[in-house]
Design a protein around this ligand. Structure first.
Ligand SMILES: Nc1ncnc2c1ncn2[C@@H]1O[C@H](COP(=O)(O)OP(=O)(O)O)[C@@H](O)[C@H]1O
Ligand SMILES: [Mg+2]
Length: 422
C-alpha cells in the first residue's frame, strides 16, 4: 500500500463536512480496494480510510485505475468493494465489461469519474455499478459512498450516537445528558436511549427514578451474548420514547475495561435505536477515548474556570484531529454564576476554544438540587424554567433536527390525512 499522507495542518472547510442532519452509518468489516488514476483521488481515499466510519474496513489503495484492477483480479479474488477512478481518457465501459468477467458475485463497484453525463450514468447502472461519484472527491465523499453501500435506506435514520462528557468531574455532564435525552424523546419525538457508562457511580438510574435489576454491566461482561433481543431486555423504559441502559452503581466489581469493551453494545444499539446518548464519565482511558472519537456527535460540558478551559481545549484539539471529516465537537457552559465565584466569561472561553458555546446554563442549586434528589427532570419540576429551552437547543444542535415533531392537530387534519392516504 502506498501512503499519501494528508497534510496534518490542513483544515477542513465547512463545505467539505457533511451537513449536521446527514448521518453516515459506519461500514461493517469489509474489504475495499481502490484503483486510482490521480494522486488527488488517492489522497482522498487514503484519508477516507482513516475516517472513524471506515475504522473496521480494510482498505488497500493502488494506482493504475481500470488497467491495474483488471490485471489484479485476473488471478486474485475480488474484495467486497472495488473503487475505480476513471480519468475519462480510457474506455471505462469496456473495462467494466472486462472486469465483470473476473468479479466475484457480491463485489460492489464504485466509480469515481469526471464525466457528468446521464447517458454514461445509465450505462454504469446497467452494468451493476453501485455508485458513481463525480471527481474531484473529498474524503467524506468516499466515506459516504462506501458506507451507503451497506446501510439499508430505511436504516438511514437509525443509530446516531451522541457522546456527552464533562471537562471536569462534577460539572453537570450527566445532568445535562439526561435532560437533553429527555428533550430529544419528548420534544423531537425521537426514540432515544441513555447509556450510563459510569458503571461504578452513574446517576442515570437515580435521575430518571428507575432501579432496574439489569443494565449495561450485563452486556459488557458478556459480549458474546449481546444481540438486539438481549439488549432489549436490559433497557428500562423511562417515558414513551426514552429508555435507559442503567449502570449498576455498585462496587463489588471493578471496571477496568479494554479499549473495545463497548463495541458490541454500541453496534447493537445503533442497529435499532435512532438516538443513543452516552453519558461518558470524566476519565481518560482507551475505551472513553474510543467512545468519544467513534460518536456521531459530541457535547463537552464545562464550568467556567481555568481547569475546565484547558481541558475543553485539549479535548477539542484531540477530537478535531482524530475526526477530520466531522463537525467539531459542541460544548456548553454549565453552573454559570455561582455567587462570589470568580469566573471566566463566556466570550473569553469562546475565544480560547475558537467556538461558541451552544448555551450557558446558569447555576441554579435549588431547582437542580430538587430534580436530582426527587429523581425528576428539570421540565417535570418547573415546566417553564429557562434551562428547558437550552436543553432543547442542545438537543436540536446534536440531532440536526430543527423542528419539533409534535402532533399539531387542527380542524383540517383528518381531511389532510385522508387526502394523503390517496
Ligand atoms: N446548572 C446547575 N446548577 C446547579 N447545580 C447543578 C447544575 N448542573 C448540575 N448541577 C449539580 O451538580 C452536581 C453534579 O452533576 P453531575 O451531572 O453528576 O456532574 P458530572 O456528570 O459532570 O460529574 C449534581 O448535584 C447536579 O445536580
Ligand atoms: Mg457524570
Amino acid at each position: 500500500m502506498i501512503s499519501y499522507a494528508r497534510q496534518p495542518q490542513e483544515e477542513q472547510t465547512e463545505a467539505s463536512l457533511p451537513p449536521a442532519e446527514e448521518h453516515i452509518a459506519p461500514a461493517p468489516r469489509v474489504s475495499v480496494q481502490a484503483f486510482c488514476e490521480t494522486v488527488e483521488t488517492a489522497a482522498a481515499v487514503q484519508s477516507a480510510g482513516e475516517d472513524r466510519r471506515l475504522g473496521k474496513a480494510h482498505l488497500k489503495i493502488q494506482m493504475g485505475g481500470m488497467a491495474a484492477a483488471v490485471e489484479a483480479y485476473r488471478s486474485a479474488p475480488t474484495p467486497n468493494v472495488i473503487v475505480l477512478e476513471s480519468d475519462g481518457r480510457n474506455d471505462l465501459l469496456g473495462g467494466l465489461d472486462h472486469l465483470a468477467t473476473v468479479c466475484d458475485a457480491g463485489t460492489r463497484v464504485v466509480v469515481i469519474g469526471r464525466i457528468n453525463d446521464v447517458m454514461l450514468y445509465r450505462e454504469l447502472v446497467r452494468r451493476g455499478v453501485s455508485d458513481y461519484v463525480l471527481a474531484p472527491v473529498g474524503a467524506i465523499d468516499v466515506v459516504r459512498s462506501i458506507c451507503n453501500l451497506f446501510s439499508a435506506p430505511e436504516a438511514k435514520a437509525v443509530g446516531r450516537i451522541i457522546a456527552v462528557v464533562g471537562a471536569k468531574g462534577g460539572v453537570g455532564a450527566s445532568t445535562i445528558s439526561h435532560n437533553v435525552a429527555w428533550a430529544i424523546a419528548r420534544d423531537l419525538a425521537m426514540d432515544a436511549v441513555v447509556a450510563d457508562l459510569d458503571l461504578a457511580f452513574g446517576t442515570a438510574g437515580l435521575d430518571y427514578n428507575q432501579d432496574p435489576p439489569q443494565g449495561i454491566a450485563d452486556a459488557v461482561f458478556s459480549p458474546d451474548r449481546v444481540d438486539t433481543a438481549f439488549i432489549d431486555r436490559l433497557l428500562s423504559k423511562c417515558t414513551d420514547h426514552l429508555s435507559l441502559l442503567a449502570a449498576p452503581a455498585t462496587l463489588d466489581r471493578v471496571y477496568d475495561f479494554g479499549v473495545d469493551a463497548f463495541d458490541a453494545v454500541f453496534d447493537t444499539l445503533r442497529s435499532t435505536m435512532p438516538c443513543i446518548v452516552l453519558d461518558v464519565p470524566h476519565q481518560w482511558s482507551g475505551w472513553t477515548k474510543r467512545a468519544l472519537i467513534g460518536a456521531d456527535d459530541i457535547l463537552i460540558v464545562a464550568a467556567p474556570d481555568l481547569a475546565n478551559l484547558r481541558n475543553t481545549k485539549n479535548l477539542f484539539d484531540l477530537l478535531k484531529a482524530a475526526r477530520p471529516n466531522d463537525r467539531p465537537p459542541l460544548y456548553c457552559l454549565n453552573q454559570v454564576g455561582v455567587p462570589k465565584r470568580p469566573e471566566i466569561a463566556a466570550a473569553e472561553f469562546a475565544k480560547a476554544i475558537e467556538s461558541q458555546p451552544v448555551v450557558s446554563i446558569p447555576f441554579e442549586p435549588q431547582i437542580f438540587g430538587s430534580a436530582a434528589n426527587n429523581g425528576q427532570m428539570i421540565a417535570e419540576i418547573s415546566a417553564n424554567h429557562k434551562s428547558i429551552e437550552m436543553f432543547l437547543q442542545i438537543a436540536q444542535r446534536l440531532t440536526g433536527r430543527s423542528e419539533t415533531k409534535k402532533q399539531k392537530s387542527s380542524l383540517l387534519s383528518p381531511l389532510i390525512e385522508k387526502l394523503r392516504g390517496k
